[in-house]
Design a protein around this ligand. Structure first.
Ligand SMILES: Cc1cc2nc3c(=O)[nH]c(=O)nc-3n(C[C@H](O)[C@H](O)[C@H](O)COP(=O)(O)OP(=O)(O)OC[C@H]3O[C@@H](n4cnc5c(N)ncnc54)[C@H](O)[C@@H]3O)c2cc1C
Length: 310
């Protein structure tokens, strides 16, 4: 892991920086590259525009690691109202949540009941899938356990797995017996060499190997496989492999973040692949934004340019 990536990931966890940085105007302005706005209305309007380009979206309200269970009730209420708004506007939007935003650090059972209430409403009103984000490795096994439990009650839930963890291939093997919907990503957190591949080329290799397993499973089972990456080489390798395995285009889905590789996103749609853009909104963007900078430390120049502008 490069020094700059390490520093940025450290900064994403620093309590002082979490408290102070979001009020700095030049950072606020730089964040706009990755989100249409802080308000849910901004996200809904952006989703409407994407839909005219046959690109559907996934929404996530930024927030993580709440420290009081009552904060999770506000989040629950937000998502339940959002589902009504999406249904009223007839938009093709899925949801993606971090369990720690609902209280996972404080109570498994309470988080489960909250997530279940959202899942139930998603199923009834939107008829689509709700995704569980994967957070730092201290949550991995607990999140998989959570997923298995909710999956036994509701089939419309998907789980994110991270290719940088050594354990992921085995976790996938284990999960395949419950017919999961899986989004594979490289992984965005600061992890030790003991549990995660430190080098990018090994993470990429792991991603490709796991993607082959996912595609083979998707050929045999009615499961959804999605690849959450902007890595063009990897995406073309997955497309090539899907052709070799004889998997139809409509069974392969790519997911990318708002504001990253927009032209490439359109290219994939033109090629006939399913593409979903994940839109984040809300005012708790600091740790999430630092992880975006860490993914591409040259993004820091963008922030510095904003300082100069001010
Ligand atoms: C839909 C979706 C959901 C995700 N959910 C999770 C999750 O639940 N848990 C988790 O740990 N991680 C999640 N991630 C983040 C993921 O783990 C990676 O950190 C992120 O996708 C960057 O990796 P990459 O696969 O694009 O590959 P990289 O090798 O990092 O990037 C490939 C290329 O994409 C471009 N690029 C990538 N990131 C950026 C950026 N921030 N700014 C500008 N250009 C960039 C660059 O051109 C880069 O060369 C998610 C990502 C996506 C797309």
């Amino acid at each position: 892991m490069s020094l700059s990536r390490n520093i940025l990931l450290w900064a994403s966890e620093s309590p002082w920086m979490r408290k102070n940085v979001p009020s700095w105007a030049f950072v606020k302005s730089a964040v706009k590259k990755f989100m249409p706005g802080e308000k849910v209305e901004d996200a809904l309007n952006a989703a409407q525009l994407f839909q005219t380009e046959t690109i559907s979206t996934i929404f996530t309200k930024l927030g993580e690691n709440i420290t009081d269970l009552s904060e999770g009730l506000v989040v629950l209420d937000h998502y339940l109202k959002l589902i009504d708004q999406i249904a009223e506007r007839n938009l093709d939007i899925e949801l993606s949540l971090k369990l720690t935003q609902l209280g996972f650090d404080l109570s498994f059972d309470e988080t489960y009941e909250r997530f279940k209430a959202i899942t139930k409403k998603v199923k009834e009103k939107l008829g689509n899938v709700i995704w569980i984000d994967m957070e730092g490795s201290s949550y991995t096994q607990k999140t998989i356990e959570f997923y298995k439990k909710i999956n036994s009650e509701y089939e419309n839930v998907g789980l994110c797995l991270q290719a940088y963890l050594y354990s992921t291939e085995k976790d996938l093997d284990d999960l395949l017996s419950v017919n999961p919907h899986i989004r594979l990503v490289k992984g965005a957190y600061k992890e030790s060499h003991d549990i995660a591949f430190p080098k990018k080329k090994n993470v990429d290799h792991s991603f490709f190997e796991i993607s082959k397993k996912m595609m083979t499973a998707a050929k045999e089972k009615n499961i959804r496989v999605a690849f959450g990456t902007h890595d063009e080489d990897l995406i073309y390798a997955i497309i090539q492999e899907s052709k070799y395995l004889g998997i139809p285009k409509n069974k392969i889905e790519f997911q990318m973040l708002y504001g990253i590789k927009s032209n490439f996103q359109n290219e994939l749609v033109k090629l006939g692949y399913k593409l979903k853009v994940l839109i984040s909104y809300g005012d708790f963007w600091y740790p999430w934004y630092m992880r975006r900078l860490a993914e591409r430390p040259s993004n820091v120049w963008f922030v510095l340019k904003n300082i100069l502008k001010h």
